[in-house]
Design a binder for this molecule. Structure first.
Ligand code: AMP
Ligand code: MN
Ligand code: MN
Ligand code: MN
Length: 263
């Protein structure tokens, strides 16, 4: 079987601990996983230790939410030296900015008459990370979300065109790519098929991008073909992963690669 190179844990907005992810990966027959929590490396020591204990290769990674002008690009970083002080300091600033951002989201919801308190959201954070998933779960706990219209509700309140949306503005794409390279990691553009980024791939390569996440659950065969061609054209490595968050209907290993594209 293969590697799922895009997985989230409770250290960002996933449902499972790193140890539980390793157990689940073994149960699914995977050869290895990469932990790529949003904007944090706090789960990596635990994930690597669990992998060693269970004899499952666990690749340390991260997924940075970045801005390229008006485009939001998610940059994965693999095998990075996650104790590098420049990285640690930058992530502290990003996580602090996320707190301010979510507080602003709560204020905007309140202005629209939605009764939600910051403390209800904050209590759902398992680590220093906080984001829209915690806001949405807090709204669900209050009974504000129709369980049959979860996706539409997320878009209505919190989507990029939603009534309480606040953009990120925490790190630019160029800085993120350079930071991952400076930490000895491999920067990869996540889920390009989700849109908006095709026109900037060439520039990202100039910034030091090394790979494309070609295999992803929502990528159609046509998208896979297109991104395989981009990878050949720009000399990029090919990765894949499921973006597993432990939510119902999204199995671990839904997208994989069958050999590791980096050392
Ligand atoms: P943030 O990083 O704070 O901007 O939050 C984005 C996160 O929200 C993503 O990483 C997903 O985990 C989650 N998310 C995005 N769209 C949806 C959706 N339609 N329903 C539920 N969760 C979503
Ligand atoms: Mn997420
Ligand atoms: Mn992403
Ligand atoms: Mn992700």
């Amino acid at each position: 079987m293969g590697f799922d190179l895009h997985v989230h844990s409770i250290y960002s907005d996933g449902a499972l601990t790193p140890g539980q992810l390793v157990i689940e990966a073994i149960a699914q027959g995977l050869t290895g996983i990469a932990l790529t929590d949003h904007d944090t490396v706090d789960g990596l020591p635990e994930a690597v230790a669990a992998g060693q204990q269970q004899n499952l290769p666990v690749i340390p990674g991260i997924e940075l939410t970045t801005d390229f002008g008006k485009i939001e690009a998610h940059i994965l970083g693999y095998n990075l030296n996650y104790r590098e002080p420049t990285l640690v300091r930058k992530l502290e600033a990003i996580l602090a900015a996320r707190v301010g951002r979510v507080q602003e989201i709560v204020k905007r919801l309140n202005r629209r008459g939605i009764p939600l308190q910051w403390s209800e959201v904050q209590t759902l954070a398992n680590s220093r990370f906080i984001g829209r998933t915690q806001v949405f779960t807090a709204m669900e706990r209050r009974g504000l979300i129709d369980p049959l219209r979860r996706k539409q509700s997320f878009e209505y309140y919190l989507g990029s065109e939603g009534i309480a949306y606040v953009p990120h503005r925490e790190i630019e794409t160029r800085e993120a790519i350079e930071l991952i390279n400076a930490c000895g990691g491999v920067p990869v553009l996540a889920h390009p098929g989700r849109g908006g980024v095709d026109v900037v791939i060439r520039q990202l390569v100039d910034f030091g991008l090394k790979g494309l996440e070609v295999y992803y659950p929502t990528h159609t065969p046509e998208m896979v073909k297109k991104y395989l061609q981009f990878a050949t054209e720009f000399g990029l490595i090919i990765t894949g992963g499921s973006d597993y968050h432990g939510r119902p209907g999204q199995p671990l290993g839904e997208a994989q690669v069958y050999s590791l594209p980096f050392n």
